[in-house]
Design a binder for this molecule. Structure first.
Ligand SMILES: [Zn+2]
Length: 282
C-alpha cells in the first residue's frame, strides 16, 4: 500500500503506536465508566425512577483531569510515555501517583505497531491485524482493572475477524466461522462443567466471546494452541501470584489477559509456532 524509506518508516510507526496507546488508555479508563452510567440509566428506567441529570461523559468529553485534584492535564503533560517520566509518575498539580498503566499501554501500543509493520509492511492487511492487536490490548487491561470484557469490543472484534478472512483469505472463511462457534462453545462447556462440579463460576461470558473472536481471526485450527498457551500462562501466573502474595489466595483471576496475549502470539507468529506445535503432536 505504501513504501516509505526505513529512516522515516520506523520512527513514524513508533510515534503512531505511542499515540494509539495513549488513545487506548482513554478507552480503558472511560469505557467501563460509560457502560456503568448506561446500565444505571437503564435500571432507573426499568424501575420507573425519574431520569438523573448527569454531565456528558464519553471518550472525548470531558477533558482529561487528575482523578484526585481534578486539575486539567495540560497538553505538554499528556504526551505518551515522556510526560509520565518527566513528572516521575505524579500529577503536576497535586503529586498524586499516576498509574504505571499509562506508559506501559503506550509502550505496548508502540511495540505492537512496530511488530505489525515488520511482519506485514504498511498494507491494508497489516492495518486489520494492528486493529485486532490493539483491541486485544484494550480488552486485556480493562479485564485486569474491572473484570469486564465489554461486548462493545468483543463482538465487533468477532465480526471484523470474519470480514478480515473474507477480504484477505476467503478460502479460510469456513475455518473462521467454525473457529468462532468452536471458540465460544469450548469455554462455554468448560464453564458449565466447572460450575456443575464445583458450584462456582470459573469464567465469564466475555471470555467465551473473546475466544470466539480469536477463532474468527485465526480459524479453528489455532484454537488448541491458543487454549494451551493461555491456560498454561494463566496457571503459571496463578501459582506465582499465590506464592508471592499469599493474601490474594482464592481471589478471582481474569482470564481475558491470557487469551489476549495468546491471541497476539497466534496473530503475529502463529504460522511458525503452529509448525512446531503440529510437529510435536504428530
Ligand atoms: Zn492532581
Amino acid at each position: 500500500m505504501l513504501d516509505l524509506p526505513p529512516a522515516l518508516l520506523w520512527p513514524l510507526a513508533a510515534l503512531l503506536g505511542l499515540c494509539l496507546g495513549s488513545f487506548l488508555n482513554v478507552v480503558i479508563v472511560r469505557l467501563p465508566v460509560m457502560l456503568m452510567l448506561g446500565w444505571r440509566a437503564e435500571a432507573r428506567e426499568a424501575l420507573e425512577l425519574p431520569e438523573e441529570e448527569s454531565p456528558r461523559f464519553n471518550l472525548l468529553v470531558p477533558r482529561s483531569i487528575c482523578p484526585r485534584c481534578e486539575a486539567p492535564i495540560a497538553w505538554h503533560d499528556n504526551l505518551p510515555v515522556i510526560s509520565w517520566f518527566k513528572r516521575r509518575g505524579r500529577c503536576a498539580a497535586c503529586a498524586t501517583r499516576i498509574s504505571l498503566q499509562h506508559p506501559l499501554v503506550e509502550l505496548a501500543g508502540a511495540g505492537l505497531t512496530l511488530a505489525v509493520v515488520a511482519l506485514y509492511g504498511v498494507t491494508w492487511q497489516g492495518l486489520f491485524i494492528l486493529a485486532a492487536c490493539l483491541a486485544l490490548l484494550a480488552l486485556a487491561v480493562i479485564d485486569l482493572r474491572t473484570q469486564l470484557l465489554p461486548d462493545v469490543v468483543t463482538l465487533p472484534l468477532l465480526w471484523a475477524g470474519l470480514l478480515y478472512q473474507l477480504l484477505f483469505q476467503p478460502l479460510m472463511l469456513p475455518s473462521a466461522v467454525i473457529g468462532a462457534m468452536a471458540g465460544y462453545l469450548a469455554l462455554w462447556s468448560v464453564y458449565w462443567l466447572f460450575k456443575l462440579v464445583t458450584g462456582k463460576e470459573g469464567m465469564g461470558y466475555g471470555d467465551f466471546k473473546l475466544l470466539a473472536a480469536l477463532g474468527a481471526w485465526l480459524g479453528w485450527q489455532y484454537l488448541p494452541l491458543v487454549l494451551i498457551l493461555s491456560a498454561g500462562a494463566g496457571a503459571l501466573v496463578g501459582i506465582l501470584v499465590q506464592l508471592a502474595l499469599p493474601r490474594l489466595r482464592g481471589a478471582p483471576m481474569p482470564f481475558g489477559p491470557f487469551l489476549a496475549i495468546s491471541g497476539w502470539i497466534a496473530l503475529l507468529v502463529g504460522e511458525p509456532l503452529m509448525a512446531i506445535y503440529v510437529g510435536m503432536t504428530l
